[in-house]
Design a protein around this ligand. Structure first.
Ligand code: SAH
Length: 210
């Protein structure tokens, strides 16, 4: 079987209408966050595993400088088409997130992840989290919408343990907000948690300890 670690696994799902995660529209809680611009004033944002690009396009419409990465050719093709149709500029990057760490180190004001952490093989989570934190500038903010926060066998999506995520990311970022009482689509109610983390000004990854 093709591994979820490869783009072709996801391309097949998109091509065969098996993209059960695809809401075909923007994410309610992300919309709210963007509207609250006192908190997230427009800046450069990376959307990890952007899928068909609805959230990326929304952020671009609201004045953010948007980079959106997904290694699926099909997802990016769709997303680019949608952005063109809506006459919106987004930097869509068709690439493996694990290969972007050096190019975009300390580059973003914001990183937003929804349904991608749970798509990554559990044994690569530590690496994924480190890379994600590394994308942020000091002072940058991670918006992690964690789903599905429940026990389940297999995946993707692989079950997300909020405490495990916290343990993995807290050496790099500081937790500022966490809530399960958020605006979710009905089938995901109570099954997702919004967490917001800040990259400390001195919180450089692999910082020299001497
Ligand atoms: N965030 C989107 C898509 C979620 S599905 C949404 O909510 O609709 C997970 C997405 O992550 C898929 O589009 C898949 O192609 C992408 N993905 C998984 N692993 C990836 C990796 N290593 N690099 C880039 N994209 C990846």
């Amino acid at each position: 079987m093709v591994s979820p670690d490869s783009a072709s696994f996801w391309d097949d799902k998109y091509l065969n209408n098996q993209a059960g995660w695809d809401m075909r529209t923007t994410t309610p809680v992300f919309e709210d966050l963007l509207h609250e611009q006192r908190f997230l004033k427009p800046g450069r944002i990376l959307i990890t595993g952007c899928g068909k690009g609805y959230d990326a396009i929304l952020a671009a419409k609201m004045g953010y400088d948007v980079y959106a990465v997904d290694f699926s050719v099909e997802a990016i093709k769709f997303a680019k088409g949608l952005a063109d149709k809506e006459n919106v500029r987004v930097n869509f990057i068709q690439e493996d997130i694990f290969k972007l760490d050096l190019i975009y180190k300390d580059y973003f004001d914001y990183v937003y992840d929804y349904v991608t952490y749970c798509a990554v093989l559990p044994e690569r989570r530590k690496e994924f989290v480190e890379i994600t934190a590394g994308f942020l500038k000091p002072g940058g903010i991670l918006i992690a919408l964690l789903f599905p926060v429940e026990e389940r066998k297999g995946g993707p999506p692989y079950a997300v343990d909020v405490n495990e995520f916290y343990e993995l990311i807290s050496p790099h970022l500081e937790l500022k907000f966490s809530s399960r009482r958020i605006k979710s689509i009905k089938p995901r109610m109570g099954r997702e948690v919004l967490q917001i983390y800040l990259k400390k000004e001195t919180g450089k990854i692999n910082a020299d300890k001497s």
